[in-house]
Every structure is written in C-alpha cells, then in structure tokens.
Design a protein around this ligand. Structure first.
Ligand code: ADP
Length: 485
C-alpha cells in the first residue's frame, strides 16, 4: 500500500542546514520513495529559504496562527513535495534559524516553533483542502509540540493520525517557563506530566515523546544510552516508561550529496579502487590550510566546536598529534574559547595545524576527500554523519565508542584486522589518554600502507546507504498505521 507521510523539520538540505538533522530531513524523501512512501517535507520559511525558493504557490492562509498571520506555500524539495510556512513575523529575520547573528537564541523561539507545530497539526488534521497524510513524522524539539497538538487539540472532527517523534539529539529539548503554556492554544488537560509539563516548565521534546505513537532515535546504541541519566538528560524516565515504543534506526548517507566518485566539490573524484588519486585532493588541502607537505597522516576535523564533540579534549592532544608526525586541518565553528585556543595552537605549530573557523559546505567535502583520517571524539553522538562520510570517502574515522559512532565504525583491533573487517579506530575514553592513544594507533596503522588501504577500502565499500534505514522507517510507519486503524 502506498503511504503519504508529512515530515516536519526545522531544517532540510539543500535549503537550510545547521547540522545532521538537515541532512536526514533532506534525504528521507528519496529513501522512502523506494519504499512506496510519498514524503511531503514541511519547513519554516526563514528569510534565506524564501529567497532561495523564489515565488511559490499559496495553498492556505491563517489570519492568526498563534497570534500572527501566516501562509502555507507549496514547492519542491528536489523531486519531492515541499510545504513552507511563510510567516514573516516568526521567520523573516537576518541570522540563523534559531539564533541571531551573534549566536544568541531568539527570545521567541517557543512561539515560532509552537506556531510551526500548530500549522503542521492543522495540515495533518485535514484543515488544508486536498491534503491528507497517513502519518506525521516530527523531528527534534522544534516539532515536538506537534504530537501534543494532535493528541490534545486536534482539528475538530478529524480522524486520529499516528505520529513519530524522532530525537536527533537529546541535548536540545526546547525547555521553557510554565508561563508560556497559556499561549500555546492547548487545553488545561495538556498541563500534566503525561502531557507537555516537564520539571515545572514546558518541554517541547518531552511533549512529543510523551504524545507520539512511537519515539525513534538515530542509532540503536543511542536508543539504549538515553535510558540512563547521563544521556537521557532528564528525559530518561519517559524513555524507560515508553521503552516498548522506542526504536533506534541508524541514519544513512545521501548518495546524491556524498559520493567521492562524482562529488563536484573535489579537485579529483575517485572510487575505492583508485585510492592513489586522493593524493591530489590532499595536496589541495595542504595548500588551502597552509600546511607543509610530507608523508605523515593528515588528520581532519569538520565539527561544531563544542563540549559534546570533545573539542576541548582535541585541544589538549594537539601537541601530541604534531609530536607523533601528524598534521591537522580543521573546519568548524561554535564555542568562542575553543576557537581562540585553536588559533593559538595553529600559531604554535605553523605548517602543522591549519584552522578554518566558519561554515563551508564545499570545504567539508574537500576535507573528507583529501584527509587521511577524520577525528570525531564526541562525548555523546546520537548518530553522527561525519564519520559516515569519512567511511564513504576513504578518510578513516577515529571515533569515541558511543552512540552511532559505536554502531558504524569497526575498530582496528587485532581480531578485526585478522578478519579483514576493520574500518577505523575507536577510543575507549574521551580524555587526553583515550584520544592520544587512538592517534598513536592511527599513526602506526598509517605507517603500514597495505593495512591502511584495507581500512579505507572496507569503509568505502561498506553499505551506509539509506536503503536499510528507509525500509526500517517504512515498516514502522506501516505498523503504527495498522495499530491506529
Ligand atoms: P551534528 O548534527 O551534531 O552537528 P552530525 O555529524 O550529525 O553532527 O552532522 C554534522 C553535519 O554538519 C555534517 O553534514 C557535517 O559535514 C556538517 N558540518 C559541521 N560543521 C560544519 C562546518 N563548519 N562547515 C560545513 N559543514 C559542517
């Protein structure tokens, strides 16, 4: 049976991206169309999105969507259906999707994303002529109120629609003071621990987890980790209480965006049998980052510069990395103190450490296509995409053993090397000791070219396409629709 699903996300490639959520939301429609599921993606009409899309057809109008006027516009996300919430009071501003140009969160984020979720609930409930959906798929806290609206304040007379709440990162929960509750347009019954209340405030992600028909997260290991306080971050109780409704489905790679054989950002494209060709990309990177040319490994990083990503630990090991013959090219932005210390390390090690602060999609591809190894020392990592791109590009991932990193990288321990299945290096602990030891192991492996080539080839030929994950989502959709019938 062919299904129609509304995927509700605050960002989606190629229109707006701050992290992995955008990659996933952008890739899901194609992954699911192979499963006979037609996905319509719904995103907010931020100013840059509206500029990119140009003129679109208006298909619905709200005089007051949680107090402000809004229109629903229909367009295309690649070959797939797209709906955009055009609400200038909420979304037409300079800066990022969630924060102003200085990085400060918008004060009215609760209002912006409550309105977005309300609009999605109206759509799901058939308020927009000609649109109906068998299921709605809400992503992250920005869409978290959607399942709650469907449960507590559905469109009058509408048929119940099953919903999924996907957690891309439990660290971002959308937690606001109780005083906003009265302005959400929810009935008093929603104000309970079984509804949207969370530690005496309103929890957007919590609301979604509590009200959705099922909860998914983006790797099997993370689905287990969020049952405990360290990773559940206060919401572990719901994960445990609803554990028979929690699923871990690993993200895949979108081959239209990430394929070294036809990546337009690379100086030189290549396949798994042409690893020597990567040299040209490596030379280009060395030039770009002002690094000396030598035969040692070029480590790369593409990351938000945060504590979650273990970037403070990276800073601690930089002298060791250089001391054992490595070089580093890093692209990232985030924590200002980390940025400053990275600049200081680059100044200490000219020609050995090159830093680029900022967000640069093309350069992120070039780092994967020319680096020898990508470092991902995250303290927690729901799925992680950069290690998957590293695998696909022959840029060997050096990762911590957590979440999706543990699920996607096979450590080059003696047994895995003997069996010929290793794809990277895992560190046991995210601290100086753990990362320094992992780097030393990588340098040793790199000094054995046949061994290293094996790691690269294993990664490049491993299947991290969306086909298995798309099938898992489609099976879950069908199960939930059946239960609801
Ligand atoms: P998260 O979503 O937690 O930041 P993921 O590994 O899931 O981490 O996804 C990060 C995505 O953002 C990847 O596609 C990565 O290439 C990209 N990315 C991160 N930092 C930058 C940057 N500074 N410039 C370009 N792309 C970046």
């Amino acid at each position: 049976m062919s299904l129609s699903v509304l995927s509700v996300a605050s960002e989606a490639v190629p229109l707006v991206k701050t992290g992995g959520l955008a990659d996933v939301a952008g890739a899901l429609p194609a992954a699911l169309s192979a499963q006979d599921v037609a996905v319509t993606t719904f995103i907010p009409g931020y100013r840059p999105v509206m500029e990119k899309l140009g003129k679109l057809r208006s298909v619905h109008k709200w005089d007051a969507l949680l107090g402000k006027p809004a229109r629903l516009l229909a367009g295309k996300l690649g070959e797939h259906k797209l709906l955009v919430l055009d609400a200038p009071d909420y979304f037409a501003r300079d800066g990022g999707p969630y924060a102003d140009a200085s990085g400060r969160d918008w004060d009215d984020n609760w209002h912006r994303f409550a309105a977005f979720a309300r609009a999605a609930a109206d759509l799901a409930g058939g308020a927009v002529k000609g649109r109906r959906y068998d299921l709605v798929h809400a992503h992250d806290w920005q869409s978290g109120l959607l399942p709650a609206y469907l449960r507590f304040a559905p469109v009058a007379g509408s048929k119940p629609v099953p919903s999924i709440m996907t957690i891309h990162n439990m660290a971002f929960q959308g937690y606001y003071p109780a005083s906003i509750f009265a302005r959400l347009g929810l009935p008093g019954a929603a104000w309970s621990v079984d509804g949207v209340e969370s530690y005496a405030g309103v929890g957007f992600l919590k609301a979604g987890m509590q009200s959705a028909s099922a909860i998914t997260t983006v790797s099997p290991t993370y689905a287990g980790e969020i049952r405990a306080p360290d990773f559940g971050m206060g919401l572990e109780g719901i994960v445990l209480a609803r554990s028979n409704r929690v699923h871990g489905i690993l993200n895949g790679i979108d081959p239209a965006e990430w394929n070294p054989a036809n990546d337009p950002h690379l100086a030189q494209t290549y396949g798994p049998g042409q690893l020597a060709k990567r040299k040209r990309n490596k030379r280009a990177l060395e030039a770009e980052f002002g690094l000396a040319c030598d035969n040692g490994p070029l480590f790369v990083v593409v990351s938000r510069l945060t504590w979650q990503k273990g970037m403070d630990v990276l800073l601690e090991v930089l002298d060791h990395l250089v001391g054992i013959g490595g070089r580093l090219a890093l692209l990232g932005s985030g924590d200002k103190a980390i940025e400053q210390q990275l600049h200081a390390a680059a100044a200490r090690h000219p020609g050995r450490i090159g830093i680029r602060i900022g967000y640069d999609e093309a350069l992120s591809h070039q780092l994967q296509g020319g680096g020898d190894a990508i470092l991902v020392p995250s303290r927690f990592e729901p799925c992680g995409l950069t290690q998957l791109y590293g695998l696909a590009y022959g840029c060997v991932p050096i990762v911590s053993r957590t979440g999706g990193l543990a699920d996607s990288v096979i450590d080059a321990n003696p047994a895995a090397i003997r069996a010929g299945v290793a794809t990277g290096v895992q560190m046991n602990t995210v601290d100086y000791q753990g990362l320094a030891m992992a780097l030393s192991r990588a340098v040793d492996l790199f000094a054995q070219p046949e061994q290293w080539k094996r790691l690269q080839k294993n990664g490049m030929t491993a299947d991290f396409s969306w086909s298995a994950s798309g099938a898992a989502y489609a099976a879950l959709y069908r199960q939930l629709i059946k239960e609801q019938a």
